[in-house]
Write a protein that binds this ligand. Structure first.
Ligand code: CMX
Length: 134
């Protein structure tokens, strides 16, 4: 059901302050910066091997990432696994008793469709299912 880690999401206070470290010190290629209005975040996506690192900056005080930063400070926010059939993966998780935040896919960055499993259901790790847009 899960093919690989699509990306790891990292909550940051400011993309402007953080992007240079990933781009110029770790020397990861920056794939792009995009606002995901539905999730109230601006994201910078970096490539690393067959996976990605997603920096998340909140765009409003009621963004889920703003709440996370307030409670935990900057750091790893979620792990996203790639699936080929997101509706099927959601149905499978629900059938196994998992608590889904999204029972239907939502729009993610770069044309992806995403759905989150509640961290209380996945033992403390916010878990994302991600189906590529191409
Ligand atoms: N990882 C692990 N645990 C987390 C968490 C995270 N990222 N975010 C919240 N939690 C924990 C809280 O610490 C809290 O734990 P305790 O009850 O032990 O204190 C619990 O989950 C519930 O927290 P809450 O305050 O009741 O709920 P929130 O309003 O903070 O919402 C969550 C939490 C996960 C439901 C919400 O953040 C959400 O819907 N997330 C999915 C969407 C999202 O994160 N979008 C941003 C990324 C978008 C993208 O990648 O494109």
């Amino acid at each position: 059901m899960l093919h690989k880690i699509n990306h790891i999401g990292i909550a940051v206070q400011s993309l402007d302050a953080t992007v240079p470290f990933y781009r110029d010190v770790l020397r990861m290629p920056l794939a792009g910066i995009e606002e995901v209005a539905e999730q109230k975040v601006r994201v910078a996506m970096f490539g690393v091997g067959e996976s990605k690192i997603e920096l998340l900056e909140p765009t409003s005080d009621d963004s889920p990432v703003a709440k996370f930063l307030e409670k935990n400070g900057q750091g790893i926010h979620h792990i996203a696994y790639e699936v080929a059939d997101i509706e099927g993966a959601i149905a499978s998780l629900l059938a196994e008793g998992a608590r889904m935040i999204d029972e239907k896919p939502r729009s993610g960055a770069h044309g992806t469709r995403i759905a989150f499993v509640h961290p209380k259901s996945s033992h403390g790790v916010l878990t994302e299912l991600c189906q590529s847009g191409h």
